[in-house]
Design a protein around this ligand. Sequence first.
Ligand SMILES: [Zn+2]
Length: 128
Amino acid sequence: MSAAPTLANRSCKITGCQNSTREGKPFCPDHVERHDYVQGILEILAQREAEEERVRVKGASAVDPHGLTAQELILHLSQHGSRTVERLSREFQLESQVMRDYIDALLERGLVQIGRTARGSTIVRLTG
Ligand SMILES: [Zn+2]
């Protein structure tokens, strides 16, 4: 029997973990799940960034109403009531034009309504 390492008995890539891995995977069973979870989050964040970039270029038509940013916006409005566009763009750390594009996309679908404050700011709230 050879003692040389094979694909079947690598050690886990997590620093300090002494476990060996199965089937040539880079992480042991304890860590592979955490790795998949983190990868999933990174993928969602990358999709969000890609969408924001498309919205910067193309405007409201590039907004995915089921995407993370649109869903967060709806959740945020449901928790906090009405908000001005300026405040939403600060809270979401998005340029005000990009925030306006997200709001326009939700407006087109009837998900939000807009109004004006006494000082002339655009205010957004959920429909219904
Ligand atoms: Zn491990």
